[in-house]
Design a protein around this ligand. Structure first.
Ligand code: C5P
Length: 236
C-alpha cells in the first residue's frame, strides 16, 4: 500500500543538495542518499538532512562477510537513517547479520532493511555468462525476495511492474520500493520498465523512488507535489 514518495538525491555536492532542498518549504520529502553523495560528503550529509526533518533512505547496497556487514549496519543505524539496504546475493546469513547490526545500533525505531535482488542492469545473458546462474531471471528475483523474507528483512527494491507478484509471493506486508517512475508522456531516459506514480499505487508499490522527473524538472516542488497527489491520492 502506498506509503511515501522518496526523492533520489542524485547530486554529487553538499551545496547542490542543500539548495535543491531549500525549495521545499512545505512537506519535507523523504529522500534517498546514494553512494555518490555519501562518499563525497560523508555522514554529515545524513546528519544535516535529519536535522532538517527529512526521512532518509541510505542506499549503500552493502555486500560483504556477515561480521563486517553487521558492524557496518550498526554504524549506519547510529546515524539515525530510516531505511537502508543490502544485496540479497550476500545470502541469508549476511542479511540476518545486517538486521542484527541495525538492532544493535538503532536510535529508537530500527531502520527498515530492504534487499536488492538482481540489479536492473543485469540481463539474463549477463547473469548466465558472468554469474553462471542459468535459471530464468524472474525466478532468481523471486527466490532472492523469499531469501530476504526468510532472513527477516522488510522488503525489496524492484520494478513497479513486479510489485504485485512480490506481494503475492512474500505477502502484502513485505515492502516493495520501486524506482522506474515517470509521468505520463514524459521522457523515459535510461529507464526501461516504467510506470506513472498513479499506476504504481494501483500496482501496490509501497514506496516510489523518483529522481530526474523531480530533480531535473523546471519546478521540482510542483513535480514532487504531483507525485504525492498521484501516488498517495492526497492534495498538497
Ligand atoms: O532519475 P530516476 O528516476 O531514473 O532515478 C531512479 C533512482 O533509483 C536512481 O537513484 C537509481 O540509481 C535508483 N535505482 C534504479 N533502479 C534500480 C535500483 C535503483 O533506478 N533497480
Amino acid at each position: 500500500m502506498a506509503k511515501d514518495v522518496i526523492i533520489a538525491l542524485d547530486f554529487s555536492g553538499y551545496d547542490e543538495v542543500i539548495s535543491f532542498l531549500d525549495r521545499f518549504t512545505g512537506r519535507k520529502p523523504y529522500v534517498k542518499i546514494g553512494m555518490e553523495l555519501y562518499y563525497s560528503c560523508g555522514p554529515r550529509i545524513v546528519e544535516e538532512l535529519k536535522k532538517r526533518g527529512h526521512s532518509i533512505f541510505l542506499d549503500l547496497k552493502l555486500h560483504d562477510i556477515p561480521n563486517t556487514v553487521r558492524k557496518s549496519m550498526k554504524v549506519l543505524a547510529g546515524l539515525g537513517v530510516d531505511m537502508c539496504n543490502v544485496h540479497a546475493s550476500g545470502t541469508i546469513p549476511m542479511m540476518e547479520a545486517a538486521l542484527e547490526g541495525l538492532e544493535e545500533g538503532r536510535q529508537g525505531k530500527r531502520p527498515l532493511l530492504i534487499a536488492v535482488t538482481q540489479l536492473t542492469s543485469t540481463s539474463q545473458e549477463i547473469m548466465e555468462r558472468d554469474l553462471l546462474i542459468d535459471k530464468p531471471i524472474d525466478e532468481v528475483v523471486s527466490h532472492y525476495a523469499m531469501n530476504a523474507k526468510t532472513a527477516g528483512l522488510d522488503g525489496i527494491v524492484c520494478s513497479p511492474l513486479e510489485s504485485e507478484k512480490v506481494h503475492k509471493t512474500c505477502g502484502e506486508k513485505f515492502l516493495t520500493v520501486t524506482p522506474g517512475i515517470r509521468f505520463a508522456g514524459s521522457e523515459t531516459q535510461d529507464q526501461k520498465r516504467i510506470m506513472t506514480p498513479e499506476k504504481a499505487r494501483q500496482a501496490g508499490s509501497d514506496y516510489i523512488v523518483v529522481g530526474r522527473p523531480i530533480t531535473a524538472a523546471d519546478d521540482p516542488v510542483e513535480a514532487y507535489n504531483r507525485c504525492i497527489n498521484e501516488f498517495l491520492s492526497i492534495k498538497i
